[in-house]
Write a protein that binds this ligand. Structure first.
Ligand SMILES: Nc1ncnc2c1ncn2[C@@H]1O[C@H](COP(=O)(O)OP(=O)(O)O)[C@@H](O)[C@H]1O
Ligand SMILES: [Mg+2]
Length: 446
């Protein structure tokens, strides 16, 4: 049973980045943003609101005292003195408009109290006790504050600077700047690590597909270097093992040739003896078969030896195989694919497909050779025939070396074919063919 919570985690996971780079940057970024948001909230949310409320109160208090003075001393000289004082000491630029009245103020619509506008309006309400208007729009540098007096309107220009605390911008800039810096450094660092890892992965993949690209240069963090070094050592061991096996096979086959030749000569001498003819004929046939087997081993050893994978036109390989089979009298159908160039060891692959076609030729009349894509990452080569096929239970056994029951076969054909295909990172399968006989299917990664 899955809990709903687990299901939620699953659905969140779908949106998370899949790559190592994306994930590690996310791991960096999320705590960074949370910490900075908390810091910002602590600073702006509490400190900043308190400070701006006090600034607003101070401005409102000054305007209130000025308004009170003008009201208390209505004489022209007194008023001029009070106004001059405001300009000089309070940085307010007051103006008196005698006889004017404020347009009806919509008292209800104060902006929210945590904004600067709101806190000034609230402070005016609280301190001045007269009808007032705040004009934030007509001027970029100043806020225009109008207060209704008994005999006119007092208009003051209050510099916006007196209401704002500019440190908040520096603080935000600092937060954003440090976040960007941290993120950039982390991104560059991580990308290098990830690149090293990715190169290691690509190297391992290529080696598995039989594309030998030499040792991987160890780079990145210690662990990644260690992995690369270990991979290089493994690559070297595998290569040495393959070379040894091939050399052994070639050596044994080669060494068998000499005694076999001697044997053939000796048997030829026996031929003249009366009454031995039948035995000699049998022995000669056996020797010929051993010769063929040795040819097979040598070809196998050679094929594995030095050939390098290279971009190869698979259509051309198939055409070669089909043409050779036709020359030997086979009835083979092929629609060669166009433009199918993949990484292959062409001689080895030609040999593998030839082995399959040879088998089909031996057991069936009609052969068909096809290629088709299998998804994005693989393609398959099909060799179909209309012969007796192989019972499902024996399909694994025929891949074993020397499995042949038939005279004239070495029992190595399928072994070699599978070996070659696997060295390309692929697989070879035997199935029922739609045309009645055996289908050999080679699946190759591309
Ligand atoms: N297309 C086929 N139809 C029927 N039997 C097959 C086919 N291909 C292979 N076989 C069986 O599998 C055995 C092994 O094949 P292979 O490894 O090529 O060795 P060989 O061809 O030398 O006998 C064959 O001897 C044969 O019995
Ligand atoms: Mg064969």
């Amino acid at each position: 049973m899955r809990l709903p919570f687990a299901r939620q985690i699953q659905s969140v996971k779908r949106f998370l980045p899949r790559s190592l780079l994306g994930r590690s940057l996310l791991i960096m970024l999320v705590p960074l943003i949370v910490v900075q948001a908390v810091a910002l909230q602590l600073f702006y949310g509490s400190n900043q609101v308190v400070v701006s409320r006090r600034l607003a109160s101070a401005v409102a208090g000054e305007i209130g005292s000025l308004a009170d003075s003008l009201q208390r001393f209505p004489g022209n000289a007194d008023r001029a003195w009070a106004m001059a004082l405001a300009v000089q000491n309070l940085q307010l630029a007051p103006q008196f408009q005698p006889g004017a009245t404020l347009a009806a103020t919509g008292e209800a619509g104060h902006p929210p109290s945590w904004t600067i506008q709101g806190s000034l309006a609230a402070a005016m309400d609280e301190i001045v006790h007269r009808p007032f208007q705040l004009d934030w729009d007509s001027n970029d540098v100043n806020v225009v504050v109008r207060v209704q007096l008994a005999d006119g309107v007092l208009e003051t220009q209050v510099p916006r600077k007196r209401l704002f605390v500019s440190t908040i911008y520096i603080f935000v800039l600092w937060l954003v700047g440090s976040a960007v810096l941290l993120f950039t450094v982390a991104a560059i660092f991580m990308r290098n690590q990830v690149r090293a890892l990715r190169r290691l992965g690509a190297g391992a993949e290529a080696f598995g597909l039989g594309r030998d690209q030499g040792p991987i240069k160890p780079e990145g963090a210690t662990e990644i270097r260690q992995a690369a070094t270990a991979f290089n050592r493994m690559q070297e061991r595998v290569r040495r093992f393959l070379t040894q096996r091939t050399a052994l096979l070639a050596g044994v086959s080669h060494d068998l040739r000499t005694p076999l030749t001697r044997l053939r000569l000796a048997v030829a001498l026996l031929e003249s003896h009366p009454g031995l003819q039948d035995d000699v004929a049998e022995m000669t046939a056996d020797i010929a078969e051993m010769d063929r087997m040795i040819d097979g081993y040598l070809a196998f050893a050679r094929g594995e030896g030095s050939e390098q994978a290279q971009p190869t036109d698979l259509g051309q390989v198939l055409l070669d195989v089909a043409n050779n089979a036709r020359r030997a009298g086979a009835n083979i159908a092929l629609d060669p694919p166009t433009d199918l160039t993949i990484w292959l060891r062409p001689d080895a692959m030609r040999r593998a497909i030839t082995n399959l076609v040879d088998n089909a030729r031996r057991h069936a009349r009609h052969i068909s050779l096809k290629v088709r894509h299998q998804g994005m990452r693989a393609l398959e080569i099909l060799v179909d025939d209309d012969g007796p096929g192989i019972p499902a239970a024996q399909r694994e056994a025929v891949f074993r070396p020397f499995s042949s029951g038939a005279a004239g076969g070495t029992g190595l054909g399928l072994t070699i074919a599978r070996d070659i295909v696997r060295a390309h990172g692929g697989e070879i399968l035997l199935e029922d063919s739609p045309s009645g006989g055996l289908r050999a299917r080679i699946v190759l990664p591309v």
